[in-house]
Structure formats: C-alpha cells, structure tokens
Design a protein around this ligand. Structure first.
Ligand code: BYC
Length: 317
C-alpha cells in the first residue's frame, strides 16, 4: 500500500464514522468522490426543478381571477426562485459553479422533476399543484432536512417551511372552488384527475428499479426509499381528498387494515421513463424558455461581474 492509499483509507474511516454517528459532513470535510457526485446530481436536479417549476404557474399570473390570487401566486413563484438559489448555492459548496450546472440543464445532461413537463390547463391547476405537487414535495423534502450533507439539510429547512405555506394555499384555493358552482367543482375534479398520477411519479421509480436509492440511503443523503415516501404521500392525501370532496382517480385505492396503510394502483412507469427521457408534453418548451431566459439575462450577469470587479479594485486601492 502506498502512503496515499493509507491516507485515503484513514479518511474514509473518518467519513464512515461521521455518517454512522449521524453527524453532518461539511464542505471542508473529506468525502468520497461518489458521495460528492451523488450530491451534486441530486441537489442540482432539485435546484433545476425549482427554477423550471416556476414556468407552469408563472403562465397563470396574468390570468389570476383576483388581485388577492395574483399576489399569492406571484409570492409562491418568487419563493420557488429563492429555493433554486439556495440549492444552487448548496451545490456550489461541492466545487461546481452555477453556470456549469445551468449548462448541464440546458444540454440535457442533468434532469429536473418530471412533474413540470405537464401543462397547466385551467386555474384549478394552481390549486392542485399547491395541494398535490407541493404536498409530494414536502413528503419528500422533510426527511431531507436530516440529510447527511450540512448545506443541503440546512437549505431544506427553509424550503420546507415555504412549501408548507404553498401546500396550504393550494388546498385553500381548491376548497374555495369546491364551495362554488357545479362548474367549479367539476374543474377541480378534472384537474385532480390529471395531476394525481404524475404526483405519485415525483417520488421516482419503484425501489426495485431505483439504481441510486441503496447507496444514497447508506450515505444518509436519502432517509427513506422512493416507495416509502410515495406510500406516506398517499396516506396523507386520502383524508385531505375526503375533506375537499374530490375523488382520487384510482380504482384500486383502499384502506388496508392489516398494513394500516392504503393500497393503491401502480402509476404508468413507462410514462415516467418517457417524460424523464425528454418526451413529455412540455419538455421542449420548458427548456427553450429556460434557454431564452438565460440568454436574455446575459447582460445582468456581465453587469454584476463588472460591478463586483470595480468594488474589489476600489477596496484594494
Ligand atoms: N423526475 O435511482 P433513482 C418542487 C431520475 S421541486 C425526473 O430513484 P434518486 C416544486 C433520477 O434522477 C421538487 N427524474 O434516483 C417546485 C435518476 O436519474 P440520474 C423536486 C427522476 O436520485 C416548483 C433516475 O431517475 N424535488 O417541489 O435516488 C413548484 C433513477 O432514479 C425522477 C427533488 O428534486 C422524477 N420524478 O431518487 C412546485 C427532491 N425520479 O440522475 C414544487 C430531491 C427519478 O441517475 N430529489 N428520476 O440520471 C430526490 O429526492 C431524488 O433525487 C428522487 C430520485 C426521489 C427524485
């Protein structure tokens, strides 16, 4: 064994002990290359999802039915931009920069959540996204507050607080519509029918087909498997659907007293794979919009860099 190999095995021992003691890995700590790469992949994908996720709702800001709804939607979409920024910053602590991550998103080398490749067809979708999509996000992200990587876990705490507000505003919007006219109730049901299955797909493929889960759990990056979180989401959503008075579009959904959980049908996994590969209804449009926004913002980045350089020179002089 060379000296370098001995040093690396000692570093690995220290890293494993930190994980085993449920303590956090911080940016300056040594970490295995695979751990770093997995975190960059997941955190960047998460950041991209927040930024691309502004589009389906952003489209409706100018068509909000009242000033109150407009202010709420605007605030929510701005929160999502903020989440993207915290997450890109967390990824940067791992030695990548944001420009490089944006390039990877635009070239298709990195993914973003499948859910944002579905179109928003009615205003009820603003409520359903809040209720189901943010609801699924909370289920997935609350355990990530305990992720073994410090900057990611800390970013998640603030993100989750805001997601919780997002979910409630969605539920309140749907509740208001359900108390309205027959037509409004039908609009909510139609929207829930379209978003239910894609929301279940947000948790990723079934555990048996999830190549990353086992290693990510061993490293304490993920705290639960995809199927565990999906089950938690279904159990959480069923009573909420009853309160709202909507039917979840799954004929196999029923309470299983033995398991003390709901049984439910399988989403169309071939659809998830197809959307992930880029063949969803809105993939091309979402990336084209993101590319245009990035290009249109070039002058802002240039101005900010020039201003920072000028300030740095002045503080040296
Ligand atoms: N969509 O081995 P697996 C939000 C990929 S934003 C696309 O299970 P992993 C919001 C996966 O990346 C919420 N791709 O992977 C914003 C992997 O491919 P690569 C976003 C998916 O990482 C605005 C491959 O499939 N949330 O809430 O262990 C408005 C195999 O999967 C998907 C997060 O990003 C998918 N659904 O587990 C409103 C949460 N599923 O990368 C709301 C953080 C799987 O190897 N991320 N893939 O090429 C995670 O928790 C995990 O990354 C996942 C997947 C559970 C998503």
């Amino acid at each position: 064994m060379t000296l370098e190999m001995v040093q690396e095995s000692e570093l690995l021992e220290g890293f494993d002990a930190t994980i085993a003691h449920n303590q956090r890995i911080e940016p300056r700590d040594w970490m295995p290359e695979g751990y770093r790469k997995t975190l960059i992949r997941q955190i960047a994908q998460h950041a991209h999802s927040e930024i691309i996720g502004m589009q389906p709702e952003g489209n409706w800001i100018t068509s909000s039915p009242s000033l109150r709804r407009k202010a709420i939607l605007l605030a929510k979409v701005q929160d999502e931009a903020g989440h993207g920024m915290y997450l890109y910053s967390a990824a940067e602590t791992l030695g990548v920069d944001r420009a490089e991550l944006t390039e990877r998103l635009l070239s298709g080398a990195q993914k973003y959540s499948s859910i944002f490749n579905y179109p928003t067809l009615t205003y009820a979708d603003m409520g359903t996204i809040g209720w189901l999509v943010d609801g699924a996000a909370i289920c997935n992200q609350v355990p990530l507050c305990r992720s073994s990587y410090g900057p990611y876990g800390r970013a998640m705490i603030r993100v989750c607080k805001e997601e919780s507000f997002h979910q409630r505003q969605g539920f309140e919007l749907l509740m208001t519509m359900m108390r309205g006219t027959e037509e409004q109730r039908a609009m909510v049901q139609e929207s829930v029918n379209r978003w239910w299955w894609p929301s279940l797909m947000m948790f990723g493929p079934p555990d048996d087909d999830s190549p990353n889960t086992a290693q990510s759990m061993a490293w304490g990056i993920k705290r639960h498997t995809n199927d565990e979180l999906r089950q938690r989401f279904v159990d959480m959503s069923v009573p909420q659907a009853e309160v709202l008075g909507v039917t979840l579009p799954d004929p196999d959904l029923r309470w299983n007293a033995e398991r003390e959980s709901h049984d439910f049908g399988a989403p169309d996994w071939s659809e998830l794979m197809d959307v992930i590969k880029g063949n969803g209804l809105c993939n091309a449009e979402r990336i084209a919009n993101r590319r245009k926004a990035h290009e249109d913002g070039a002058w802002v980045r240039e101005a900010a860099t020039a201003f920072a350089l000028k300030n740095a020179k002045e503080s040296v002089a």
